[in-house]
Design a binder for this molecule. Structure first.
Ligand code: PLP
Length: 389
């Protein structure tokens, strides 16, 4: 179904313009309104009875955020999508739609830390059991699946960057009758389309690559109409974490350059990962693109990876010596960022949780932005020199 970048660029809206807008504008309007009025009793009744689809109140349907949702559904090669105020709102609404007290979630280990905390705090308080499994160990996944309600996937995993064979894991879950959800934020729809690999629902922190400019916090889930309709009907309106029209508009803008940005992140990050791997101060680099081959279904790599310094390198001095890289969480924007693993480990609420995320104490996570790759490398080289004096 997905063959080549032309299709992606079309879906992202670079080639295709949106449906005609007011004043023949090339960019759709921000429909910044809480409510929409009806022409008559009959029309209002038809909408309330579900006989007619049109916006009534922006907690439900809004024309601007709807354009974003339709673009994401097209990019993921699926029927429908639903937007949220954050990636975590998308994750929590999706999980709570399909899992009830007494049921069990199987999650891959080293998932995004706040997804882990959602499982360990809120889900467990609701009487939902959560087990973790190494997604690289397909025999272990097969053994752990029976009886689970939901298999929660993320590939590659946050920080540890374990890249799974998503299609193989989805097939194991299907055989066991277990529903699958995957966090596809790292690859973006440009490099991985999990629905085509057999996953049931795909979600994104749109705060990362979909937005791409570090000016939005948002989330989205995409999949077949029947599943997305359940989230739209059962949790989205009541948990209430909806996307604002202005942020939907920023995301539409972000999607127009998504394929081009991803190719730039990929090229620069691979170059820097290779140079770090060859550097004497570095013990190892976790970047899926450094393996002999990518897992089936992963068509490229993005700008986020981590590496571990050799013993004796002063990570504090390294961090403070950087000038082009900024010190900050999140990723997926135009700018290059660094996060020292020791800080994330220190923040971990539970004694074992940092270990569960696969974060080495001497590790550093980099997001390679859209700056020139040689400028970035000079910054890293100088900071490593300052840290190994
Ligand atoms: C940031 C992130 C999230 C959470 O998204 P928010 O938009 O910050 O709520 C989920 N998954 C991954 C992999 C992330 O990096």
């Amino acid at each position: 179904m997905i063959d080549g970048m032309d299709w992606l660029e079309h879906a992202a809206g670079i080639v295709a313009h949106d449906a005609p807008n007011a004043y023949a504008a090339v960019v759709p309007p921000i429909v910044q309104t809480s409510l929409f009025t009806f022409e008559s009793y009959a029309e209002m009744e038809a909408v309330y009875r579900g006989l007619k689809q049109r916006p009534a109140y922006s907690r439900g349907l809004n024309p601007t955020t709807r354009i974003f949702e339709e673009k994401v559904a097209a990019l993921e090669g699926t029927e429908d999508a639903l937007s949220f105020a954050s990636g975590m709102a998308a994750i929590s609404s999706t999980v709570l739609t399909f899992v009830s007290p007494g049921e069990r979630i199987l999650a891959v280990r080293n998932v995004y830390p706040d997804a882990y905390r959602l499982f360990e705090t809120f889900a467990k308080r609701m009487g939902i059991r959560v087990d973790y499994v190494d997604g690289l160990d397909e025999a272990a996944v097969k053994a752990a699946l029976p009886g689970a309600r939901l298999f929660y996937m993320e590939s590659p995993t946050s920080w540890a960057m374990e890249a799974h064979d998503v299609g193989a894991l989805a097939a194991l879950a299907r055989e066991a009758g277990v529903m699958t959800v995957i966090d596809n934020s790292w690859a973006s729809p440009v490099f991985q389309n999990p629905i085509a690999l057999g996953v049931d629902l795909v979600l994104h922190s749109a705060s990362k690559y979909l937005g791409g400019h570090s000016d939005v916090v948002a989330g989205v889930v995409a999949g077949p109409s029947s599943l997305v309709a359940r989230i739209r009907g059962e949790t989205h309106p009541y948990l209430g974490g909806k996307l604002s029209p202005f942020e939907g508009w920023l995301l539409i803008r972000g999607l127009r350059t998504l394929p081009i940005r991803m190719k730039a992140h990929e090229a620069s990050a691979l170059t820097i990962a290779q140079r770090l791997k060859a550097h004497e101060a570095v013990e190892g680099v976790s970047h899926p693109g450094l393996a002999n081959a990518l897992p089936l279904g992963l068509r490229g790599t993005s700008g986020l990876f981590s590496f571990v310094f050799r013993e004796g390198v002063d990570v504090v001095r390294f961090t403070d010596a950087l000038s082009t890289f900024s010190l900050g969480v999140s990723w997926g924007g135009h700018e290059s960022l660094v996060v020292p693993g020791a800080i994330v480990r220190a923040q971990a609420a539970q004694p074992n949780s940092a270990v569960a995320f696969g974060i080495h104490p001497r590790s550093v996570r980099l997001h390679i932005g859209l700056e020139g790759v040689d400028l970035l490398w000079r910054d890293l080289e100088a900071a490593i020199a300052a840290a190994t004096l």
